[in-house]
Write a protein that binds this ligand. Sequence first.
Ligand code: COA
Length: 260
Amino acid sequence: MSDPAPPSLIDLRVEGAIGYLRLNRPDKLNALTAEMVGDLHHRCYEIERRDDIRVVILSGEGKAFCAGGDIEAWSDESPEAFGRHWVRDGHAAFDALARLRQPLIAVLDGHALGGGLELAACADYRIAESHIKIGQPETGLGIIPGWSGTQRAVRRFGAQNVRQMAVMGVVFTAEQALGKGIVDRVVEQGQAMAAAQAVAQQVIARGPRATELTKMAVNAAEGEETERVIEAFVGSIAAASPELAEGLAAFRAKRKPDFS
Ligand code: COA
C-alpha cells in the first residue's frame, strides 16, 4: 500500500456556511513556502466554486498567525526566480484571496509579520488579539515587502502606516494597529476565533447575493479588481437577456440568429 498523501499545510474545513482556511505549519510560525502559496491559490479556487461557503475565516495554527514568507525558501532563489516565481506566484495567490466573492475574516491570534501582514491585508475584516505584533520587517533583511506590501497594504492601511512599518521598521501593537485602522477590532488573548465566528454569523444573516455583489463593488471602488468586476456585472446582465437564448439556439440549429 502506498503512503498516504502528506497533509496540506493550508487546510480548508467547512462547518455550517463557514469555510475555515488555516495555515498549518506551527513549528515555523506558519512561514509560507512556495508550495503553501500554490496550495493557497488552489484553496481559493475551490472556495469560489463552493456555494455552501458563505463566509471564510482565515487563521494560523499555533502561536503565530504568520511570520511571513519562508526566509530559507526565498533566500535560496536566484534573483531572476525570486521576481519571476516567488513574487509573482505570491501575488496570484494573494489576489485570489483578496478577490474571493465570499467575505473573508482574518483571525490574528498571533503575530502577523511581513507576508503574514500582506495575507491579513487580503481580508475584509481583521480581528487581532491584544498580545500580538504587526509589522513589515522585510527591509531589515535586505528585501522588500513583495507580496503587495507596498501596494494593497497601502490601499488598505494607508501609505503613512506602511511607511512607518516597511520603511522605518516600526512594529505596532494590536491597540496601535486598531487606532490606525490596520485591524478592525482587538479582543483579549484566546477570543479572536469566537469573535470571528460571531461576525461570520452576522454576515450569513445578510442577503447572500447582495453581500457578494457589494463586496465586489467595494473592491472595484478600491481599485482591487475593477476590470473583472465590471465584466462580471455586465456579463450577468447580458446572460440574463433573451438575446443569449436566441444566440445559442441559432448556433445549435446552425442558422442565423433572429434578434428582432
Ligand atoms: N521564515 C522561516 N522560518 C521562520 C520564519 C520565517 N519568516 N519565522 C520564524 N521561523 C522559524 C524560526 O526559524 C524557528 O525555526 P526553528 O525552531 O527550526 O529554529 C521557528 O520558526 C520559531 O521561530 P522563533 O524565532 O524561534 O520564535 P520566536 O517566538 O522567538 O520569534 C518572531 C518570533 C516572529 C519574532 C521571529 O521568528 C522572527 O522574527 N521571524 C521572522 C519574521 C520576518 O522577518 N518575516 C518576514 C519574512 S520576509
